[in-house]
Design a protein around this ligand. Structure first.
Ligand code: KG4
Ligand code: ZN
Length: 334
């Protein structure tokens, strides 16, 4: 089965073709970052318009790269939520129309399920991870620990009570004067920072439970930055202190979640999963425990069409698809 996947939940237009026999055939991504940078964040109306402009050309490009014609598509998967309603509607409208015109099923995919399954898209030297496993989902909008008992059977173990980890990266970057989206830039800056020069709290690690809270860290960074000489060196040292605090906190809670779920496989997904120090820290932890941690390649940590094509293919294989209505769910629990 060959499935076209469409992602338009926020500020990236992602398209991919996943073949259940041959794996990922092609994928393409258009990022709107340059468009939104001047506003310091995503402007929903501009995001929708840019998806309208880019989506069909990207579908054509992806099909051409896959060496397939549109008639060979057996199903269309699209992100139906959570996300920006206008942006979601662009993807849903195009996906449904294509499916109708081609007389193939269309399937609505939950964006976070897409992220969660991203580590399973491609072969791994140790084989693709099989449930049961624990998933750490760390994006700009979510921070969740999920027990995956089977594909499609998810139990929420813990989540953030305020900011998501990616949001904390972005806001912290902004308050130290880095341009939007600051997360990856803050991480790059932290590479030059000296560890231990600034030490920030590891929120909610000194009490039981698997929830997170990252909004207080921002204030701590703001105070440290205000009291510093505000040099490039101080910015890098603070970035390092902040990154270490977030990474340690996530690692402590992941280890706790593995204990609680009684399994030794952790998969990590979402934009913050691209963070090098987080990847290294979790790999160390897995090695120490004799377990395993799996990450998608960095390009499939952040938003992309491949994860939607893949999650949709699994749902279509399981016989699921929707009626012909164009519906989206901007707020949607997994
Ligand atoms: O999954 P994603 O592309 O979009 C959402 O669904 O939110 O995640 C984007 C988030 C942003 O907050 C971005 O700053 C963060 O992931 N991010 C990173 C890194 N790369 C992306 N945060 C820390 N280190 C990185 N290397
Ligand atoms: Zn995402």
């Amino acid at each position: 089965m060959k499935v076209l996947g469409i992602e338009t939940s926020c500020d990236e237009t992602g398209v991919a073709v996943y073949d259940t026999d041959l794996g990922l055939r092609a994928h393409a991504l258009y990022s709107q970052i340059a468009l939104h940078a001047q506003y310091g964040g995503v402007v929903p109306e501009l995001a929708s318009r840019d998806h309208v402009r880019k989506l069909l050309p990207l579908v054509r490009q992806t099909l051409a790269e896959s060496g397939m014609t549109v008639d060979e598509i057996d199903g269309v998967a699209y992100t139906a939520g959570p996300g920006l309603v206008g942006a979601l509607l662009v993807g849903a409208g195009v996906a449904r129309s294509l499916a109708w015109a081609l007389d193939v099923p269309a399937v609505a995919v939950h964006h976070m399920e897409g992220h969660l399954l991203a580590p399973l898209i491609e072969d791994d030297p140790q084989g693709r991870p099989q449930p049961p496993f624990v998933a750490l989902l760390v994006s700009g909008g979510h921070t969740q620990l999920v027990a995956v008992d089977a594909i499609g059977r998810y139990r929420l173990l813990g989540e953030t009570l305020d900011d998501a980890a990616g949001e904390a990266f972005d806001k912290t970057a902004k308050l130290m004067g880095l341009p939007y989206p600051g997360g990856p830039q803050l991480a790059a800056l932290a590479e030059q920072g000296r560890p231990g020069t600034y030490r920030f709290p590891r929120p909610m690690t000194n009490r039981p439970g698997l929830d997170f809270s990252f909004s207080g860290l921002k204030t701590q960074v703001l105070l440290a930055w205000r009291d510093s000489e505000q040099s490039d060196e101080a910015r890098a040292d603070i970035a390092r202190g902040f990154e270490d605090a977030v990474v340690d906190t996530l690692a402590i809670k992941c280890e706790r979640a593995l204990d609680e779920a009684g399994c030794e496989t952790l998969v990590v997904a979402g934009g913050v999963g691209a963070n090098k120090r987080l990847r290294a820290k979790l790999a160390d932890m897995a090695q120490r425990r004799g377990g395993r941690v799996c990450f998608p390649r960095p390009a499939f940590c952040t938003d992309n069409g491949a994860m939607i094509a893949f999650a949709g293919a699994l749902r279509l294989l399981a016989g699921q698809h929707e009626d012909a209505a164009v519906r989206v769910t901007p707020r949607w629990d997994m």
